[in-house]
Design a protein around this ligand. Structure first.
Ligand SMILES: Nc1ncnc2c1ncn2[C@@H]1O[C@H](COP(=O)(O)OP(=O)(O)OP(=O)(O)O)[C@@H](O)[C@H]1O
Length: 604
């Protein structure tokens, strides 16, 4: 089957101000009447300024009168896009303080020097004919070029600096949907450009929006919140968002655990429009009353299914539903991932209002840019087998400075042990896992990215989102229990139209994964070894396998008959029936309930 990207180129359960009895109430929320909607009027597009006249709150003046003579009015209106009156036009709008301190993010790239060139060399032909499905009411049509989207000149200039020639398929569909002010649940394959798909509309919306003045000094009132599950991913999104927002005046700040909080607090005090954060550190900042979410206009969850699974859901509910964030419908919410189990979709719908579901490629599928191999290897033979692979790579010249190998293991101890063993055997390796200090984690990643240590041994902490150029080979030394984790792990290679290789060591311990692995490989046009098919035939779906007893492939859970029967009126509330399918999907869905996916390694 051809699998490429087609078009080439509650209202919250517990609304703000009504924390549950047992919930922690930060000082700035205490004694608030429970019915007080946070800054409601401001979200109606009322003219207000985010200008900072508070001492010590040095954020740029978004639409304050001081800048009125320098802005361009945006003529193309977007419903719900945050108002039209204010647009900034790149360099003419900017920070009233600290502007000249804005470091040029395009000269501050610690990745390989070739990376910029490669961005422009994205192989869009690889993405022909990918199935795209949208469902929901009045889905805005996709665009073909960045010029078709009115993101503003400053953002367009940054797109050119990034060397993005045309939008990837998920960007073609997701950006117009978001610019139209619609909530979105988007599923697209690893490495397909989801970060820009949610960053561009947020930046553009903040640039053209009119927002009220932050009510308090010494407290940060971001307009947009981007949550991601790991520190490294948050840093990466922050770096990307800074490139996309360079010289727009939109200020992006990152907050994540393991790094000194005082530095992050100082940064926040200087002002923030877009806060990129890991959930744990954000909860800390909220509890210290140093951040308020009452002005949040945009909420994006990257790796949304991970953010809503057992490990993170309570923290996310606390942040989104139990603090002072405006409810769905008032804020705009965007959920992105490469995988979206139906049970997680169901949970996620609590956070969304009349949303559009977008699937580019089959939900949870892997890209066929990645050649997948599975080898039968007993536990005791894994090290020597890995050594053979690495030796072969060396001999074939695949393993050079530009080609990196990422080796996934199940445990932190296992990562330490394998790193040590590889180094002892003459293979320059480093490791990343949750028991390492943040400094060690960052050092390991840098050393890997620059090719100094071209082998990185990692737990699942590195499985999601990380965009490391030149990862030529992903080895699943230990396979995960969950097929979605496998999809994310192998997705560290074969990104942005490039090809990659993924090798998995399989043995009896992985029997429960056999069927979903075999289905996934078949679906991605990979050769499935006969022995794996035999394992698959013997095994049933189950255990921690989220796909349950269904056929591979999933879609908007609102289209399930069980959902429509079970939800009293919910089906019509959520899903207006306007489904758009550019290509057929198998009728099977997820039948089994979502299991307790292993959350072992230290996230955040
Ligand atoms: N329009 C574009 N043209 C060229 N390159 C692009 C474009 N959009 C994104 N990229 C590049 O593609 C790579 C992958 O993008 P990104 O990290 O956003 O993928 P992703 O879909 O979020 O992946 P994952 O599911 O693993 O998180 C990045 O290096 C990014 O710079």
């Amino acid at each position: 089957m051809s699998m490429s990207w087609a078009d080439s180129v509650s209202a919250a359960e517990n609304p703000a101000g009504a924390p549950s009895k047992s919930a922690y109430v930060p000082p700035h929320l205490r004694n608030r009447p429970s019915t007080d909607p946070p800054a409601q009027a401001s979200y109606a597009g009322a003219a207000a300024s985010l200008g900072n006249d508070h001492s010590g709150y040095g954020i740029p003046n978004v639409v304050g009168s001081r800048w009125s003579g320098q802005r361009n009015e945006y003529q193309s209106g977007y419903a719900g896009g945050g108002g039209r009156g204010g647009g900034w036009n790149g360099r003419s709008g900017g920070w009233d303080r600290g502007r000249d301190r804005e470091v040029n993010p395009f000269t501050n790239d610690d990745s390989e020097p070739v990376s910029e060139l490669e961005s422009s060399a994205i192989n869009f032909d690889a993405y022909e004919d990918i199935p795209v499905e949208t469902s929901g009411d009045n889905v805005p049509p996709p665009v073909n070029t960045f010029a078709d989207i009115d993101l503003g000149e400053a953002v367009n200039e940054n797109i050119r600096r990034c060397k993005y020639v045309k939008p990837t398929p998920v960007q073609r569909h997701a950006i117009p949907i978001s610019l139209a002010g619609r909530d979105l649940m988007a599923c697209a394959q690893t490495g397909s450009g989801k970060t820009a798909a949610f960053c561009f509309p947020i930046i553009s919306g903040i640039m053209r929006g009119q927002f009220p003045r932050p009510p308090r000094p010494r407290m940060a009132f971001p307009l947009a919140l981007i949550l991601s599950p790991t520190r490294e991913l948050s840093c990466q999104i922050h770096d990307e968002a800074k490139k996309f927002s360079y010289q727009t005046g939109v200020k992006v700040v990152v907050a994540y655990g393991g790094a000194p909080i005082n530095q992050q607090l100082r940064e926040l005090e200087r002002g923030v429009h877009i806060l990129v954060a890991t959930p744990g550190r954000l909860v800390d900042l909220l509890e210290r009353a140093r951040v308020s979410l009452q002005m949040i206009r945009y909420l994006a969850l990257d790796e949304a299914d991970r953010m809503l699974d057992m490990g993170f859901e309570p923290q996310i509910r606390k942040i989104v539903q139990q603090m002072d964030m405006p409810p769905p419908g008032v804020r705009q919410t965007m959920l992105f991932s490469a995988t979206f189990p139906k049970e997680i979709q169901r949970l996620a719908s609590d956070f969304l209002s009349a949303y559009i579901f977008l699937a580019v490629g089959r939900v949870g599928s892997s890209t066929d840019l990645i050649v997948q191999r599975v080898e039968y290897v007993q536990e005791t033979d894994k090290r020597s087998h890995l050594m053979d692979l690495l030796h072969a790579q060396k001999e074939n010249g695949v393993h050079g400075k530009q080609s990196l190998t990422l080796v996934f293991v199940e445990t932190k101890k296992g990562a330490d042990a394998l790193e040590h063993w590889l180094c002892m055997n003459g293979f320059p390796a480093t490791a990343i896992h949750g028991d390492r200090t943040q400094q060690e984690r960052e050092h390991a990643l840098r050393s890997f990215k620059t090719g100094h240590t071209p082998i990185l041994v990692a737990t699942d902490v590195a499985a999601r989102g990380l965009d490391i150029p030149h990862v030529a080979h992903v080895v699943n030394f230990d396979l995960p229990n969950d097929i979605d984790d496998y999809v994310h792990r192998i997705g560290r290679t074969g990104r942005a139209g490039k090809t990659g290789l993924a090798t998995a060591f399989f043995n009896e311990n992985n029997s429960s994964l056999a069927r979903s692995l075999s289905d996934l490989m078949q679906e991605a046009n990979q050769e499935v070894p006969a022995w794996l098919s035999r394992f698959a035939a013997r095994s049933t779906y189950g255990g921690k396998n989220r796909r349950g007893g269904a056929r591979f492939g999933a879609r908007d859970f609102r289209r399930d008959s069980s959902y429509n029967r079970g939800a009293s009126g919910g089906a019509t509330d959520y899903y207006g029936g306007g489904a758009n399918m550019n290509s057929g999907y198998p009728s099977g869905g997820y039948n089994a309930s979502y299991g307790t996916a292993g959350v072992t390694s230290a996230w955040d």
